[in-house]
Design a protein around this ligand. Structure first.
Ligand code: ZN
Ligand code: MN
Length: 475
């Protein structure tokens, strides 16, 4: 039996306005090579100046992960050649990163949890982008110099599930902190996965392979499965030590397999040395105090929802897993509806009606409106069943007001005592014999009277009111 060892390196693109060492904009999707200057082009004599905002955001993350913050950290040059790396080195942090040892807790669906160590988080600048066409290769340096926070985990994960839970949790923390848009398609949250195996019981770490630049949870899961099987097969064939070499691999989503890209370098190969153009980063006590103020995190929000709104722990974890959903839920609650109803109408009714391409942000029915549909149930204006029809209708015709939809579909419940009593009187008069039987002990007939009254009202009578009034009448 084998044990799987997984460690993750996540690159988060920080959403600062300008780049890490110059004042060029960081906006995505601009005309190639327009957001550039002598510094991020690596021209001789241009000097880097550190962007304070990036340090601030790194400290926020460190605070969220209960990490040690190093009040003095160093920028190093990581030397290698690549056409989209104009300086011939990346400015990164090596021995002394801004964020030191911390941890992140992952939660399993069965309610248990596990702490994953976070070795460090360091600041570095991104490279540009190479674009390969059939006839040429082109370089776009707009991204060169964009601030990245690289978050390195301990090799604490034992299967793909744990790795994905870690990544999703980290992704949501980053979004809650507001330090990155963490858009995976645009590469603002991407991950290198280190995988190795060992016989259960062993404590040494065997040769690992690194699957580079993954930006989809689904593909990461597939890549881990593929890589683990490859390692196990090599072990069982007795060729593990020759077949599994330290290397960088790429995942091919179409074939569902990883392929060798290049031998993986050791840190020594990069000839790290302190960047002579940059002073050590000093974080004063005042800065630390100020920068470690962070907004409410997913776990705190979850606890608060359970306590304040009486919802189930599982529901709370589903809702707080994404900031967008948590804020949607909070807006619904602001309308004064119950927590339980808000959960059901958000996670079951609304999300269940989403078609391809619809998300909470572009949903035809937004939080306030959805909450007001729920309110109409809670105050007895419409039945739960009618509310579903109202929501169906509004998903197609979002501009209409709820009252108008209820009116148009004829869904208004009659809750007015007088109107319901009138119907009840008619039913009782027409069924004198059954009234006698009921009064002499045939309790079951109560259901008959309720059914008749509802039928006579064509389903529009408020069932609760009907029950109350019938009880009073027949006692
Ligand atoms: Zn620049
Ligand atoms: Mn890196």
């Amino acid at each position: 039996m084998f044990e799987v060892i997984i460690g993750l390196e996540v690159h988060v693109q920080l959403n600062t306005n300008s780049k890490l060492f110059c004042s060029c904009a960081t906006s995505f999707g601009e005309e190639p090579n327009t957001n550039v200057c002598p510094t991020c082009l690596g021209l001789p004599g241009a000097l880097p100046v550190l962007n304070k905002e990036a340090v601030h955001k790194a400290i926020m993350l460190g605070t969220a992960l209960n990490s040690q913050i190093n009040q003095k950290s160093i920028f190093n040059r990581k030397n290698y050649f690549y056409p989209d790396l104009p300086n011939g080195y990346q400015i990164s942090q090596f021995e002394v990163p801004v964020v030191g040892l911390g941890e992140l807790t992952i939660d399993f669906p069965d309610g248990s949890s596990k702490k994953i160590g976070v070795t460090r988080a360091h600041l570095e600048n991104d490279a540009g982008k190479s674009i390969h066409t059939a006839s040429s290769s082109q370089v776009d340096l707009n991204r060169a110099g964009t601030p990245l926070l690289e978050i390195v985990s301990e090799p604490d994960m034992r299967n793909a599930e744990e790795a994905i839970l870690y990544l999703k949790k980290l992704h949501s923390i980053v979004r809650y902190l507001g330090i990155s848009d963490a858009n995976m398609q645009e590469g603002s949250f991407r991950c290198d996965v280190n995988v190795s195996i060992r016989p259960k019981g062993d404590t040494n770490l065997n040769t690992r392979c690194e699957i580079k630049n993954m930006n989809s949870f689904k593909f990461i899961e597939k890549a881990i499965h593929y890589e683990v099987n490859r390692h196990i097969e090599a072990w069982e064939d007795g060729i593990h030590s020759t077949e599994i070499v330290q290397e960088t691999r790429l995942f091919d989503p179409e074939r569902g397999e990883t392929r060798s890209m290049r031998g993986k370098e050791d840190a020594a190969d990069y000839r790290y040395f302190p960047d002579p153009d940059l002073l050590p980063v000093i974080i004063t006590d005042e800065m630390l105090e100020k920068y470690s103020q962070i907004p409410e995190l997913p776990d705190e929000k979850k606890e608060r929802y359970v306590k304040d709104f009486g919802i189930k722990e599982y529901d709370a974890s589903v809702i707080t897993s994404s900031l967008e959903m948590a804020l949607f839920f909070e807006k619904m609650i602001e309308e004064g509806i119950s927590g339980k109803n808000a959960v059901t109408w958000l996670t079951v009714e609304l999300l269940g009606r989403f078609k391809e391409g619809i998300t909470l942000s572009n949903s035809p029915v937004q939080a306030k409106k959805l909450a007001n549909i729920v309110k109409a149930i809670e105050d007895g204006t419409i039945s739960g069943k009618a509310a579903k029809e109202v929501l169906d209708f509004l998903m197609e015709t979002p501009d209409m007001e709820i009252d108008a939809v209820i009116e148009k579909l004829g869904l208004k419940q009659v809750s007015d005592d007088g109107a319901i009593l009138e119907i009840i009187d008619g039913i009782l008069a027409a069924n004198q014999d059954k009234v006698e039987q009921y009064k002499s002990g045939k309790d079951k007939l109560f259901g008959f009277f309720v059914g008749q009254t509802m039928k006579a009202s064509k389903g529009s009578a408020n069932p609760q009111k009907v029950n109350e009034l019938l009880k009073a009448k027949l006692s």
